[in-house]
Write a protein that binds this ligand. Structure first.
Ligand SMILES: [Fe+2]
Ligand SMILES: [Fe+2]
Length: 426
């Protein structure tokens, strides 16, 4: 609690502390299985693509007698196989995918597996044209599973794909992944359970269960995964560090308002994930220096909904998803996507809106340079009571100061330079 801004200023109704388990301990694979929907959006693949590839590759690994650790690695490579698509990287999407794996804290074997997902058993793959057993097996498994999933996605329905694949010898797979992997894939695809699971609505959770032996679940894992996902989105929209800054400021505002620590932690998680939905927005729109067309504006304005949809089923993030979807709503009911009225808008999205706006104004945009600190605070102050919650605006300077205090455990600085994103005050 800072500068006399007491807990009494925030009522229980603001907090909507009616539900249990704001954040719950998770395993990394479990949370990544849900977040992988963002990579599908970026890759323009059908919903559940990465999770399906991961699940099928895991089923093949199981049939090949892989141990628990190897199978977890296969799942990670499957979930992350095209995670680099959204990230602009000189080395291409595989190198970018290896970087994403590193961000999520996986070891080098997962990165090597991702780098090998376009190699072929017959040596005609890329980038290295490696041959047979010289290719990391995780890459071969994911490549084989990917082939089957794309075949299925291209068919009229999973049922149709299943019967067509049954009649196929899967001969195409041998030169791609070798005879053993091809045989195990054939076996997996003859199993009704595999097919049912691959199109199960709850697939991400089931993939998470397959990675169960990853050690004890912890809240730290959730924070790390949210941080990593925020970094990936920042890389996609070319605004490094944005998500972490918004998360730190949101958390600090919550603390400065006297909200309970677990609540502030949850708001920080939401801060990392606010712009997840921007991963699917074309760079031509996010980078456009002139005014957006109506259609482009619609697409841009869909990002809170997409962000929320991508995380709402993740363990313990249902409430966080409800805050994320509302981070562009306004106190005066003129926000988006729902034009919520002020009594429908809980405190967390009001906090997130101010933190998001602060760093949006402090950053360069294609159509204007960054505002300095004073101008930013003045502009946000002008929106107090209409765009923003006046209590949050009031506490903002104290929260910024607390962030820069060297002894504070959240001293991340309040600089914001260069980048793109949503504009704050319109
Ligand atoms: Fe893919
Ligand atoms: Fe946003």
């Amino acid at each position: 609690m800072q500068q006399g801004y007491g807990a009494a200023a925030v009522s229980d109704a603001d907090l909507t502390l009616t539900r249990t388990g704001l954040l719950r301990p998770v395993r990394r694979i479990e949370i990544l299985a849900h977040f992988s929907g963002a990579f599908d959006v970026a890759e323009q693949q059908p919903r559940g693509h990465a999770a399906r590839v991961a699940y099928l590759a895991h089923e093949v690994a199981r049939r090949l007698g892989f141990g628990a650790e190897e199978r977890r690695r296969v799942i990670a490579v499957g979930l992350l196989h095209d995670s680099g698509v959204a990230v602009r990287h000189d080395g291409g999407h595989l190198v970018a995918g290896a970087w994403v794996a590193e961000r999520f804290g996986f070891d080098g074997a997962v990165s090597d597996g991702i780098l090998a997902t376009h190699e072929r058993w017959d040596g005609r793959g890329r980038p290295d044209g490696r041959l047979g057993a010289a290719i990391p097996v995780e890459g071969l498994l994911v490549s084989a599973a990917h082939w089957a999933c794309e075949f299925a996605d291209g068919a009229m329905s999973p049922l149709r794909a299943r019967s067509e694949l049954h009649h196929s010898s899967i001969a195409d797979i041998e030169p791609l992944a070798g005879p053993e992997v091809a045989a195990a894939l054939r076996s997996a695809l003859h199993d009704d359970e595999t097919w049912l699971t691959m199109w199960n609505e709850d697939l991400a959770r089931l993939v998470g269960l397959a990675g169960l032996s990853e050690g004890r679940p912890s809240q730290r894992r959730l924070v790390e995964a949210a941080e990593a996902m925020g970094e990936v989105v920042d890389a996609a929209v070319r605004e490094p560090g944005r998500a972490a800054r918004v998360a730190a400021l949101s958390r600090q505002i919550a603390l400065s308002m006297g909200l309970p620590e677990p609540y502030a932690e949850a708001i920080g998680i939401a801060g990392h994930l606010l712009e997840l939905g921007q991963i699917g927005v074309s760079r031509h729109i996010t980078d456009k220096p002139s005014i957006l067309s109506v259609d482009e504006m619609e697409i841009m304005r869909s990002h809170p909904t997409v962000s929320s949809w991508l995380i709402e089923r993740a363990p313990g993030l249902t409430e966080v998803a409800e805050w994320v979807v509302a981070h562009h709503e306004r106190r005066d009911g003129r926000g988006y996507p729902e034009m919520l009225s002020s009594d429908e808008l809980p405190m967390p999205p009001r906090i997130l809106a101010v933190a998001d706006a602060y760093y949006a104004l402090r950053a360069d945009r294609p159509h204007r340079p960054a505002y300095d600190e004073d101008d930013t605070l003045t502009m946000i102050g002008l929106g107090a009571g209409s765009q923003f919650d006046a209590r949050v605006v009031e506490v903002l300077p104290a929260a910024l100061e607390a962030l820069t205090r060297p002894t504070g455990d959240d001293a991340t600085g309040d600089d914001a330079t260069g980048g793109k994103g949503s504009d704050a005050v319109s």
